[in-house]
Design a protein around this ligand. Structure first.
Ligand code: ITT
Length: 208
């Protein structure tokens, strides 16, 4: 007899990430909860110096709080002309409470003297899944170039200045479906779906 639908929680406070992650996982036979379904979450501090450390930390702390298999995403934009910055500090690039807009303005300012052929960058996402002692991690990367001015109104974060030459579009000019089909996050999630399929019983039905 089939039991109740297994549950998993997405350990992110970022509603934009949540939307993209849900869209990829929607066809799995899972009930996907978010932090909005709980009250009084502890604040998870991103004290790690790598994406993997932060992704695992977020997933672990939310697993400890909820007891549910927890999936966390840590993402960074790595700009070659800035020696890989903002990287793990992408959400706080322009300061502790920076908005997406503040961060884009700072990035364009830092790159104002960098010529078009030296503006290569990549988004990197690490996704961690934690349940008990079990930790699974996957990574996804998408390459692009940083434009001189924003283009497009979709997406979030640095999407309006992240241009993918093969598509002649920024991420902010793409539909959510197209972005997910090629993006760092979309690739990492496809890998995580394989992990979930392979380890389904371990993750969702284990007694300990
Ligand atoms: P959580 O830790 O709660 O998941 P966060 O926004 O703090 O949310 P990160 O630490 O991973 O998440 O921050 C990464 C920042 O990089 C994020 O705030 C955006 O500014 C940017 N970012 C992440 N994914 C992006 C994407 O797909 N497109 C554009 N910018 C993105």
């Amino acid at each position: 007899m089939a039991g109740p639908t297994p549950r998993m929680i997405l350990a992110t406070r970022n509603q934009d990430k949540l939307r993209e992650i849900r869209a990829v996982l929607t066809d799995m036979d899972l009930r996907i909860l978010s932090m909005d379904d709980f009250r009084d979450f502890p604040e998870v501090e991103e004290t790690g110096t790598t994406l993997i450390e932060n992704a695992v930390k977020k997933a672990k702390e939310i697993y400890q709080f909820t007891g549910l298999p927890s999936l966390a995403d840590d993402t960074g934009l790595e700009v070659d002309a800035l020696d890989g910055e903002p990287g793990v500090y992408s959400s706080r690039y322009a300061g502790e409470n920076a908005t997406y807009h503040d961060n884009v303005v700072k990035l364009l300012q830092e790159l104002k003297d960098t010529p078009a052929d030296a503006r290569s960058a990549r988004f990197r996402t690490v996704i961690a899944l934690v349940r008990n002692e079990k930790i699974f991690t996957v990574e996804g990367i998408q390459k692009g170039e940083i434009l001189f001015e924003p283009r497009g109104n979709s997406g979030f974060g640095y999407d309006p200045v992240f241009y993918i030459p093969e598509f002649n579009q920024t991420f902010a000019e793409m539909s959510l479906e197209l972005k997910n089909s090629i993006s760092h996050r979309g690739k990492a999630l496809m890998r995580m779906k394989e992990v979930l399929a392979t380890h389904f019983d371990e993750v969702f039905h284990a007694e300990n």
